[in-house]
Ligand binder design. Structure first.
Ligand SMILES: Nc1ncnc2c1ncn2[C@@H]1O[C@H](COP(=O)(O)OP(=O)(O)OP(=O)(O)O)[C@@H](O)[C@H]1O
Length: 255
């Protein structure tokens, strides 16, 4: 164990690298200021772990804000966020999921077909693609049901596989299991693991430390808009180096 190492830096080559994810997120000199208040201040942050990067932190830390900035939904005040595919290729494609899925007033299959059509998938190929996506989401028996009549867990699984229909390199997930019970949460986590194993880079926000332990390849602790620690999951939980992480894991209020 390299206790002297900077808690904000990880050399992934020394940890594990089952696959190179399809997207590397690099943040530099990022600030977001609103009404003279600095909401985010991140000099440098790179998300390239071979598995989900999970962002945790107390309420108001700036977790959702960071995710929205990465997705381009909000402008930064200063700085840059670059998304690149380490293996080359063209522009990085990304998708984002929210705590409450936004589904179309169509059937489950209709939601998938709509996105596939938008993606330019020829109609003759769409049926097979829809069937594969339904199977991946364990939604085969729900195909004809109105999407909005599904249970919360089913709706989130549909939102996930619908996002896959866009062929993303990067998937941003903002507390995707927050309102779900443990069984539905487990199903979503299984799906997230599969998606991650397929090479899609996952960056996810959660309040559930158990979920961070189960899913994350690396954990990023945000507090007051700053990255206080970034570490491989095992090390983060076993040997947090920053006082902020030590306090957060002990359940203390962060100052
Ligand atoms: N578009 C915006 N304009 C102004 N302030 C914003 C905007 N979005 C977020 N904020 C502020 O930025 C801070 C961080 O918000 P954010 O939603 O990112 O926190 P969070 O870490 O996701 O918290 P929680 O865990 O409660 O969801 C909050 O003080 C919030 O009010």
């Amino acid at each position: 164990m390299r206790d002297h190492v900077d808690p904000l830096r990880t050399d992934w080559a020394e940890v594990a690298a089952p696959a190179v994810p399809a997207c590397r997120v690099a943040v530099s000199d990022l600030t977001v200021t609103r009404d003279r208040k600095t909401l985010l201040n991140i000099p440098t942050l790179t998300l390239e772990a071979p598995g989900p990067s999970v962002i945790i932190g107390p309420n108001g830390a700036g977790k959702s804000l960071l995710l929205r900035l990465i997705h381009g939904l909000l402008p930064a005040t200063t700085g840059q966020i670059s998304l690149t595919n380490p293996s080359g290729g063209g522009a990085v494609k990304q998708a984002m999921l929210f705590q409450k899925p936004v589904l179309l007033r169509r059937s489950v299959s209709g939601n998938l077909g709509f996105v596939l059509r938008q993606q330019g998938v020829p109609w003759r190929d769409r049926r097979a693609r829809i069937a594969a996506l339904l199977a991946q989401g364990h939604l085969q028996t729900r195909a004809k049901q109105p999407a909005r009549s599904l249970s919360g867990g089913e709706q989130q699984r549909l939102a996930l596989v619908r996002a896959l229909a866009t062929g993303p390199d990067l998937l941003l997930l903002d507390e995707p299991t927050a309102p779900l019970d443990p069984a539905a949460t487990r199903e979503i986590e299984d799906l997230i693991r599969q998606i991650s194993a397929s090479g899609i880079k996952i960056v996810m926000v959660t309040h559930d430390l158990g979920q961070a332990r189960r899913l994350a390849a690396e954990v990023v602790l945000l507090h007051r808009g700053q990255v206080r620690e970034q570490a491989p999951t095992d090390r983060f939980f076993a040997l947090p180096r920053s006082t902020a992480a030590q306090a957060f894991l002990s359940g203390d209020l962060l100052r």
